[in-house]
Design a protein around this ligand. Structure first.
Ligand code: 87F
Length: 495
């Protein structure tokens, strides 16, 4: 089939003149294989799959409709779930005044170089430069302080869907590390720590579902180390994914318990039910368009993108395959009818009836975009019962969705190495593994691990201590310090 020309009319199909009308068939394939040059493969896949277009400002990318529809599916799910939790959407301004930004010195210190500033309007300098939000704690919390007076004002649970800007300097990568990205940020305040603790986990479970149920990417739920947690908070939980091809872990989303640190700084106080002055307990949580990059890296292959049906803008593409002596119009009509049936059944289906591309070209094109070919070119001939079709397609899509998750899990699990000594750890790191090691949970020891593994590829760090802890025998020692181990922790290089 490949290379064949589309013929939209039986009689003219084989004439030279007709052939010229068919567009020059550009080479569609990828120029590198996923296993040969992963970085280059990724750039090609996101561009050729029509998800991203590069932009003339480094670290900024155009998100094309093929990307946005994936984002919208995840957004619809997450937004409905948080509404069930009585979390309300809101929108705060993009700009931050320097005053509030600096009010929160400790946590901002390490991040300061990444904050972008507006210093001019037209040709004149602004009296006071204004920052562009890198995250909205300092934007929102002054108003939390104003709005929260008594225990009846609690809990206050707000979320916003927005863009943020972080002027990153290390190598930008579409979706994974960009200077502007889309996310949701949730900011909640409670009267008690118990309520805050419960919400942290409830949100983390939604993040797990976004990854596993929608993107078909297996993740590990766990707690960040003291060194890796959000410095402004009390503790950080995350879902962690792993990219077998690069041997790197990647933080998929975070759900923080902020404790009362911000409440102190921003004076978010309330009168409790005994009439006493108390401070709120806060959480914040976010997931971003990074999710999409993780999905591409995990599932894409040498033919291009592979999209899990649940998030794909198009789940089914129907491609007519006209052939010599066939009734082309009947084939096209059947394609259109098939699409109507599938659309009516709730599937996202379209027919590619363009007559200036050959079926072979169309196969490659849609495969590149992640809609994988299951050839059903005998619909006309074999008279497949229309009601049977819907059932079959449902089974097929469910099966694709499940097997994507299953095979990603197998592949991820095959990368996990349990390392009990420094020797085993160093060897596994050299093999780009995801390392599960018994650890003493001391900050100095993690700093030491970082120092000892420094190199061109970046240092190893802790990814998370999984909530699902394997049994830790009492006399187990830390892989790095030889002190008694307190927990199992995942380690590796990361994005
Ligand atoms: C970059 C510049 C300025 C990350 C930054 O994770 C400030 C920051 O505070 C910064 N990069 N962070 C941490 C963000 C913490 C927190 N914010 C709300 C989240 C979830 C959503």
């Amino acid at each position: 089939m490949a290379g064949g020309k589309a013929d939209n009319s039986k009689s003219k199909a084989n004439t030279k003149g007709k052939e010229k009308e068919v567009k020059k068939e550009t080479k569609l394939g990828l120029s590198v294989k996923k296993d040969d040059n992963f970085g280059e493969w990724y750039s090609e896949v996101v561009v050729n799959g029509e998800m991203i277009e590069y932009y003339d400002i480094s670290g900024c990318y155009i998100l094309r409709p093929w990307t946005m529809s994936i984002w919208e599916v995840m957004q619809a799910f997450f937004d409905a779930e948080i509404k069930k939790m009585n979390i309300k959407n809101c929108y705060f301004p993009l700009f931050v005044s320097p005053g509030v930004l600096q009010r929160e010195k400790d946590h901002i210190e390490g991040f300061a170089p990444e904050v972008a500033w507006v210093t001019k309007s037209g040709n004149s300098d602004l009296d006071v430069p204004i920052a562009i939000r890198p995250t909205s704690e300092t934007v929102m919390y002054p108003y939390y302080s104003k709005w929260i007076r008594g225990h009846r004002d609690l809990p206050l649970k707000l979320n916003q869907w927005c863009n943020v800007v972080r002027w990153e300097f290390s190598n930008p990568t579409p979706f994974i590390r960009s200077r502007e990205f889309l996310w949701q940020e949730g900011h909640t305040a409670f009267a008690s720590k118990t309520e805050a603790d419960a919400e942290v986990l409830e949100i983390l479970e939604l993040y797990r579902r976004v990854y596993e149920e929608f993107l078909a990417v297996p993740v590990i739920k766990g707690q960040k180390s003291e060194l890796e947690k959000f410095a402004g908070g009390l503790y950080t939980t995350s879902v962690e994914a792993f990219i077998p091809n690069s041997g790197r872990g990647i933080q998929g989303a975070t759900s923080h318990c902020l404790g009362q640190n911000f409440a102190k700084m921003f004076e978010i106080n309330f009168e409790d039910d005994k009439g006493e002055k108390a401070m709120v307990w806060q959480n914040s949580w976010a997931y971003s368009t990074r999710t999409i990059g993780v999905m591409v890296m995990v599932h894409g292959d040498d033919k291009g993108l592979v999209l899990p049906p649940k998030v794909a803008a198009l789940q089914i593409i129907v491609i007519p395959v006209p052939y010599k002596d066939a009734n082309t119009q009947a084939i096209l009509d059947t394609c259109a009818a098939t699409v109507s049936t599938l659309s009516a059944a709730g599937f996202r289906a379209e027919a590619d009836l363009r007559d200036n591309y050959s079926p072979g070209w169309k196969y490659s094109h849609w495969e590149m975009k992640g809609v994988r070919a299951v050839r059903r070119d005998n619909f006309v001939k074999a008279d497949i019962a229309i009601d049977g079709l819907v059932e079959k397609v449902k089974e097929l899509l469910d099966d694709i969705q499940q097997s994507l998750l299953d095979s990603a899990k197998l592949k991820r699990d095959a990368c996990v190495v349990v390392a009990k000594t420094w020797g085993e750890f160093a060897e596994a790191l050299g093999q780009k593994k995801l390392i599960l090691a018994p650890w003493c949970d001391e900050e100095e020891v993690e700093k030491d691990v970082k120092a000892r593994t420094k190199g061109d590829m970046g240092a190893a760090k802790s990814l998370c201590s999984p909530f699902d802890q394997p049994e830790l025998p009492e006399d187990t020692l830390c892989f790095a310090s030889g002190k008694p181990a307190k927990k199992w922790t995942y380690w590796g290089r990361s994005y």
